[in-house]
Each structure stands twice: as C-alpha cells, then as structure tokens.
Design a binder for this molecule. Structure first.
Ligand code: FES
Ligand code: FES
Length: 157
C-alpha cells in the first residue's frame, strides 16, 4: 500500500505517494522525473546513483525513499544555478572527462560532497574519494584531472 511522504529535492518540496520498498532512486527518476541520477548496478556497487543528502554522498539505490524524509536532497539537476553549470560540471566538460556520460552525475555528486569537505585534496585523496564510482569508458585519468582542476578554481559552491 502506498503512503504519503514529502521529500525536499533541490530546494523544492514534493508530496508523493510511494510504496515502502521503493528506493530513493526509483522515486527521483520515476515519480519526480529527475532522470539525471542514473541506475547502474542497482545494488550499491557502481556509484552511478549517487546523490547528496544533508551534505553526504549517498547511494540512492540503497536508500529507501522513506528514509530521505526531512532531509535535504541534492541531485545533479540541482547543481545548475541560474542557468550556469557548477564548476565541477564545467571542469568535466572542459577536461574531456565524459564519454558515454552514464557515470558522470554520480562522479560529480561524489566529488561535490568530497570537495565541500576537502577543498584542496591531493590526487591520491581524489582517487580514494572516487573509488566507489565506476566508469567503463574514460580510464579515470581525465575524471581525476577534472576534479583536481575544479578544486584549484572553485569548490565551495
Ligand atoms: S546504481 Fe546505485 S550503486 Fe550502482
Ligand atoms: S563515461 Fe561512460 S561509464 Fe563513465
């Protein structure tokens, strides 16, 4: 049976009817229509579904929608401000860190949460932070470079 919940996503409140077992990933994509958050493995292994909840990078495929009530949820859609990409998004584009792009929203959200806590990381720290985000295309070099370059420009947004 569905129950009513309210989720705060990218600064907007959504009243939703959801089943208790529905994941946050399902609800973001299928009920709210935020398809920027991707489903890769669906079982916590690839990082494609990463969103930020109350400042922490969280796997939306392992989070029940119910668990996200009363919290501040940020998805890749929420990074664009007044039509401008976030500095991390710009860096991914500029440094060619995107191929098929399927892993990209998760990579960026993980990086965003990481840089908000560690604005000037070493390369080793970036690699460690992104170790839970898998990419089948890029070989990671350009992704690491993009995060490093973003950290050298602006990270606190
Ligand atoms: S879809 Fe969530 S970790 Fe792979
Ligand atoms: S760019 Fe294709 S999976 Fe990462």
């Amino acid at each position: 049976m569905k129950k009513q919940i309210r989720l705060a996503v990218n600064g907007f409140e959504y009243d939703l009817l959801v089943k208790p077992h529905w994941t946050l990933l399902q609800v973001l994509r299928d009920e709210i229509g935020h398809t920027g958050t991707k489903e890769g493995c669906g079982k916590g292994e690839c990082g494609a579904c990463t969103v930020i909840i109350d400042g922490e990078a969280v796997l939306a495929c392992l989070t029940l929608a119910f668990q996200a009530q009363g919290k501040s949820i940020l998805t890749i859609e929420g990074l664009v401000r007044e039509g401008r990409l976030d500095s991390l998004q710009e860096a991914f584009v500029k440094h060619g860190a995107i191929q098929c792009g399927y892993c990209t929203p998760g990579m960026i959200m993980t990086s965003k949460a990481f840089l908000s806590k560690k604005p000037h990381p070493t390369e080793a720290e970036i690699k460690k932070a992104l170790s839970g985000n898998l990419c089948r295309c890029t070989g990671y070099v350009k992704i690491i470079e993009a995060v490093r370059k973003a950290s050298m420009t602006e990270t606190g947004k």
